[in-house]
Ligand binder design. Structure first.
Ligand code: GDP
Ligand code: MG
Length: 305
């Protein structure tokens, strides 16, 4: 390693069988002036670990399974003032690192998201991937009332403070959305920075399954809404119950008009509508609890800082 490398920035790379690209990626970061490289590996069966070690990276094998678990392992081991997280598959460019760092260094942001939609190769996203990404981003912005443009981006930057405050539990590909949600919860300053996104050199070799992982990510975003926007969380359930109740009610009333009475169905209608309205009331009460909790946490964080 030369003396000129910046040591205050840790480049964190989660890898699973990325032997084809990891070497070039580390070299590119060296060229940009970054030598503090941390590879958290998912026990790759190829030569990822050897290549990274030979290039001077700190290589650690994750203790469990999944990208999320790897990231959690790694973040607990990093003390540097800034962390830049990037996929090891060669889809993101090392030269975008300066733009990613700038908002962190000037204190404008605690967390930076590299926006892949700013400049992407048409081959980098499959149609399904692009639609899924857009839908999940929309879903996120409705629930959390903030448009972070590309919540599933694998290129992220954090201050040390932000990392210590994040509480992450998701082990798989839900980790990016969990980071986005938790930064909202912790009221971190988040900045979105345009970056370039390229196709994987070994196309189609992604470990992500667009359907099952997409569904998992969507349900993580929804599940966590309970703690951030409970009116939305309970409101959806309430709306479904009330809607079913009203539909059934229309049927019961129209049958009653022609002289047929359905007693059990009438009871069910009433139950559905009442439970639906109850859900809205739960939502309102939870909203109150969440607002009060947010105030308390805000005060605590101010004192801690
Ligand atoms: N350590 C570790 N890294 C993983 C695991 N699964 C995926 N990765 C890495 O996480 C990054 C993103 O994975 P990728 O399959 O490219 O997902 P995509 O970019 O969302 O399609 C890549 O660098 C992978 O090598 C895992 O289980 N453990
Ligand atoms: Mg990838």
């Amino acid at each position: 390693m030369t003396e000129d490398y910046r040591e205050d920035v840790c480049i964190l790379i989660p890898t699973l069988n990325e032997g084809a690209t990891i070497g070039q990626l580390i070299e590119d970061f060296n060229t940009e002036g970054f030598g503090n490289i941390f590879v958290i590996d998912g026990n790759s069966s190829d030569d990822t670990q050897e290549i990274a070690k030979n290039m001077g990276a700190r290589v650690v094998a994750q203790t469990g399974k999944g990208k999320g678990q790897a990231v959690q392992d790694a973040l607990a081991m990093i003390d540097d003032p800034y962390v830049i997280m990037i996929d090891g598959d060669g889809t993101y460019l090392a030269k975008d690192v300066h733009a990613m760092l700038e908002p962190l260094e000037t204190g404008r942001a605690d967390h930076v998201i590299g926006n892949r939609f700013a400049d992407f190769d048409p081959a980098a996203f499959t149609k399904l991937n692009l639609i899924g990404n857009k839908m999940l981003n929309k879903f996120f912005s409705v629930i959390y009332r903030k448009n972070l443009v590309d919540i599933l981006s694998g290129y992220r930057g954090f201050t040390n403070q932000a990392i210590r405050e994040l509480e992450l539990h998701e082990t798989g590909f839900e980790i990016e959305s969990e980071i986005a949600v938790d930064s909202m919860k912790k009221e971190h300053l988040v900045e979105v920075v345009p970056i370039t996104y390229r196709p994987r050199p070994d196309e189609g070799d992604t470990k992500l399954n667009p359907l099952t992982d997409g569904f998992g990510i969507g349900s993580t975003i929804y599940k966590m809404a309970k703690f951030h926007n409970p009116m939305f969380y309970f409101g959806i359930i309430g709306a479904i119950l009330t809607f079913c109740g009203i539909l059934l009610g229309i049927y019961v009333v129209s049958e009653w008009m022609i002289g047929i009475t359905h007693i059990p169905m009438t009871i069910l209608t009433a139950l559905l509508i009442i439970s639906g309205i109850q859900m809205f009331i739960f939502g309102m009460l939870s909203d109150l609890v969440v607002s009060l909790h947010r105030e308390t946490m805000r005060t605590l964080r101010r004192q801690q800082r």
